[in-house]
Design a binder for this molecule. Structure first.
Ligand code: HQG
Length: 179
């Protein structure tokens, strides 16, 4: 599949699995899983194309697994706005994590910290380059903030790591942010 077609399909899969499953006639379970056979029919794609997108995805956004009845299921590894419990265990974060955003958000973030917005968690990156790419999705200049994750963890803030390596937490008070 051509790269552009892959990106387009990946976005449609994200929409169906993270944000608007009802639009595709899908009902994810509590943990966000959808039967793979149903998913293929709902998105009108074949298995080979799905496999290419799942395996070739730059961020490994999707996970395929065996469901309780032995049939394959698929979900997005993070980024949902629909209610899901991903069942991730709390994890001990690295000393520092990074958050890329638009410079236009800086004053507000310095005043009130990082909020999760429409998603379930604030998303944090393990390295500056990844954070810069996340921030560059926004218009205007990009800034990368450093999060003192070690101090947050010591102070009782809980972190989770998604299957594709994104660090998640409920909120980051501004006292833990620099940059
Ligand atoms: C900003 C993509 C003003 C925050 C990426 C961000 C990521 C504030 C925006 C994943 C604020 C929320 C998530 C405050 C937070 N004042 N602005 N107090 N607190 N913000 O899209 O982190 O491609 O929900 O800085 O790669 O940009 O979809 O979060 O700019 O991993 O797989 O509010 O989405 O992954 O935006 O991105 P988002 P995000 P996928």
């Amino acid at each position: 599949m051509e790269h552009r077609a892959m990106v387009r399909l990946s976005k449609r899969m994200s929409l169906a699995l993270r944000h608007e499953p009802g639009r595709f006639g899908l009902t994810p379970d509590r943990a966000g899983w959808v039967p793979l056979a149903e998913f293929l029919v709902a998105l009108r794609i074949d298995r080979a194309d799905l496999d290419v997108v799942v395996a070739g995805n730059d961020k490994q956004r999707f996970a395929v697994a065996l469901g309780p009845d032995g049939a394959e299921v698929i979900r997005a590894s993070q980024g949902h706005s629909i209610p899901v419990d991903l069942g991730l265990a709390p994890a001990s974060p690295p000393e520092r994590l990074y958050h890329g955003t638009s410079a236009a958000n800086l004053d507000s973030i310095r005043a009130t910290g990082l909020h999760r917005g429409g998603r379930h968690h604030v998303h944090l990156s393990v390295d500056v380059d990844t954070a810069r790419r996340v921030g560059a999705r926004r218009s205007g200049a990009t800034v990368v903030l450093t999060v003192d994750a070690a101090a947050m963890s010591r102070d009782g803030h809980v972190f989770h790591r998604s299957a594709n390596g994104v660090w998640l937490t409920d909120a980051v008070p501004s006292a833990y942010l620099t940059g």
